[in-house]
Design a binder for this molecule. Structure first.
Ligand code: PGA
Length: 245
């Protein structure tokens, strides 16, 4: 269960939020929990997560190692803070910051090569879904990464299915809609390597809330969640985590 805080909060708000999440998780949690704060708070959060069961994730990373890339953060910098996971190819990065499938694939490879775990986001827009292009879009997004990084690199990866039309909209995919795409993703990987496909964790993201988490997480191919808005409220995020089986 990964909390994607996006560009929300400030020190005054994230300190109590994290303290409440930590207190909840420490009372016992089956799910692996990861917090992905804005970059600037990674140092602060890393210190507070030290010696806890909660992992740290970044929301993005540069596909370059270092140099003249104003405003970017390199993978080596994330390694300095014990970052375990990096979200790659979130639809907001693809749509608002021009990340192509090729750039996403380069980032994915960089994360895997440096021993961190990518959370690779894939998903279709409403237009694409209505034009019956969902599988085509997801296949293209996945295949570019498989071609660039190799199917074996998925042994260390998580895939997040995030239909763009469900992100931050309050409109969640139904459990059946999500399951259908999750199964498609697993099958796509299985064409290259069945064992990796079987073990792969495929999480769902897009308006997951305390009241819909349970039915989503009971689906066969939904292995967890990437939670945006609801992860900014400790109580909501904790009950979503509790819903994970
Ligand atoms: P949401 O965001 O839960 O606010 O819809 C999910 C995400 O974008 O990762």
């Amino acid at each position: 269960m990964a909390a994607n805080w996006k560009m929300n909060g400030n020190l005054a708000s994230i300190r109590p939020l994290l303290a409440d999440i930590l207190a909840g998780v420490q009372t016992g949690m089956n799910a692996e929990v990861v917090i992905c704060p804005p970059y600037i708070y990674i140092d602060e959060i890393a210190l507070r997560l030290d010696n806890t069961t909660i992992g740290l994730g970044a929301q993005n990373v540069s596909h370059h190692d270092s140099g003249a890339h104003t405003g970017e953060v390199a993978i080596g910098m994330l390694q300095d803070y014990n970052t375990g996971y990096v979200i790659i190819g979130h639809s907001e990065r693809r749509m608002l910051y021009g990340e192509t499938d090729g750039i996403v694939a380069e980032k994915f490879k960089k994360v895997v090569d440096s021993g961190l775990k990518p959370i690779l986001c894939v998903g279709e827009t409403l237009e694409q879904r209505e034009a019956d292009e969902t599988e085509e879009v997801i296949a293209r997004q996945l295949d570019t990464v498989i071609d660039n990084a190799g199917v074996k690199s998925f042994a260390k990866a998580v895939i997040a299915y995030e239909p763009v039309w469900a992100i931050g909209t309050g409109r969640t995919a139904t459990p059946d809609q999500a399951q259908e795409v999750h199964a498609f993703i697993r099958l796509r990987l299985a064409r290259h390597d069945e064992e990796i496909a079987d073990l792969l964790r495929i999480v769902y993201g897009g308006s997951v809330k305390a009241d819909n988490a349970n039915e989503l997480f009971t689906m066969a191919d939904i292995d967890g969640g990437l939670i945006g808005g609801a992860s900014l409220i400790a109580e909501d995020f904790l009950s979503i985590c509790q819903a994970a089986i």
